[in-house]
Design a protein around this ligand. Structure first.
Ligand SMILES: CC(C)(COP(=O)([O-])OP(=O)([O-])OC[C@H]1O[C@@H](n2cnc3c(N)ncnc32)[C@H](O)[C@@H]1OP(=O)([O-])[O-])[C@@H](O)C(=O)NCCC(=O)NCCSC(=O)C[C@@](C)(O)CC(=O)[O-]
Length: 335
């Protein structure tokens, strides 16, 4: 394992080749959602100190954006009921952003007492999911989120928007790209600095991502958009590549591929952060993330949950430690 760390950080040959390729994909911002999206679906309650330690390990691996908690109703998602404790226990690292998910003004007011700098609001892209997840229509959800965004903007707190079920809904089926573009536009009008497009149940394909990108990029520019893929059908990375071709530069992912939404039937884990970082090495993108420390963070939480990691990279490297050199050489395009 030590080898990978040395290799990735010290290989100048790799750096030279990667610099060439990185003229096409210069920089990617990783937005880690494991402590929130990753854990919210876990039935066994994860104690505050484990959540906090996971966040510390992610920051120590070099992740700069870590969605750390949500302030939703504990009657709806008990796993996230310790949001305040988590936010108060984190030893914050300078330069690391610790956003939280907010459903309404009540959640916002609680979160505000926890020294937050960024919140995320999350209207649904479909009526069926909106009713299941937020207990209201899409329109009503947007009205509630506007109240939250207005207050946050007034308080000088950054607002990020999500749109969920962008490529399909477990209740309504296929979703029109035009509807997603319209909600995206509304989120920007509320003051969101970025909108993350969520394929909540992971049904998208590179083809449907391209179609959506064309529609969404008719209302905004790629630097304001993030992509959030669940990997249910194993399409996460190819969907991402389709998005990168449109100039998208922010990607959401979850350590160990944890994730899912209790209110989206069939939703599985997010694109794994370990797989994303490996993939980006392959594109010559320097993420400034230490893959070994990331793998260790993934193992830490998988061990706690007593389940195998969903990250293919974590699994592959774990099983073949002696082959790490070749594996990482291949990832870092040095052959
Ligand atoms: C929106 C509500 C609250 C409406 O839920 P509701 O039941 O209609 O709301 P309510 O106002 O009637 O409140 C019910 C109870 O919850 C309390 N309550 C109400 N709000 C809060 C709060 N903020 N904090 C603490 N407590 C709260 C409230 O005080 C009340 O308590 P009672 O009076 O009965 O004792 C509920 O539906 C909810 O919390 N939904 C969130 C569900 C959730 O977290 N889903 C997962 C999010 S992931 C996602 O959406 C997708 C995403 C973002 O990851 C992107 C992707 O993957 O694609």
């Amino acid at each position: 394992m030590q080898f990978i760390r040395n290799y990735i950080h010290k290989s100048s040959a790799s750096a030279a080749i990667c610099r060439t390729i990185s003229t096409t994909v210069p920089e990617i911002r990783i937005y880690e959602v494991g402590p929130r999206d990753g854990l919210q679906n876990e039935s066994k309650f994860v104690p505050t100190e484990i959540k906090t330690e996971l966040i510390h390990k992610l920051a120590n691996a070099g992740i700069k954006n870590i969605e750390s908690a949500s302030f939703v109703s504990p009657k709806w998602v008990k796993q996230m009921s310790d949001g305040s404790e988590v936010m108060k226990s984190i030893k914050r690292v300078q330069g690391v952003n610790y956003p939280v998910l907010i459903p309404n003004l009540k959640g916002y007011e609680t979160a505000k007492g926890c020294n937050i700098e960024e919140i995320a609001i999350f209207p649904a892209g479909s009526e069926g999911f909106s009713q299941k997840n937020l207990n209201c229509s899409v329109e009503e959800g947007l009205k509630r989120f506007k109240l939250v965004a207005d207050q946050a903007v007034k308080d000088g707190i950054r607002v990020r928007g999500y749109v969920s079920c962008i490529l399909g809904c477990p209740y309504d089926g296929p979703i029109s790209p035009k509807a997603i573009a319209k909600i995206t536009e509304e989120l920007f009008a509320m003051g969101c600095y970025e909108v993350s497009l969520g394929d909540t149940i992971g049904v998208g394909t590179a083809g449907s991502v391209r179609k959506l990108m064309r529609e969404v990029l008719s209302v905004t520019t790629p630097d304001n958009i993030a992509l959030h893929f669940h990997d249910t059908y194993g399409q996460g990375l190819s969907n991402l590549l389709a998005g990168l071709e449109f100039g998208i530069r922010t990607v959401d992912s979850s350590i160990s591929g944890l994730g899912g939404c209790p209110y989206a039937r069939g939703a599985s884990g997010n694109l794994a952060t370990e797989d994303l970082v490996y993939f980006l090495y392959g594109l010559g993108v320097n993420t400034n993330v230490d893959l070994v420390k990331l793998i260790e963070a993934g193992r830490y939480i998988s061990n706690f949950l007593a389940k195998p990691t969903e990250s293919r990279v974590n699994r592959a490297i774990g099983d073949k430690i002696k082959n790490c050199e070749d594996i990482v050489k291949m990832a870092a395009c040095t052959l």
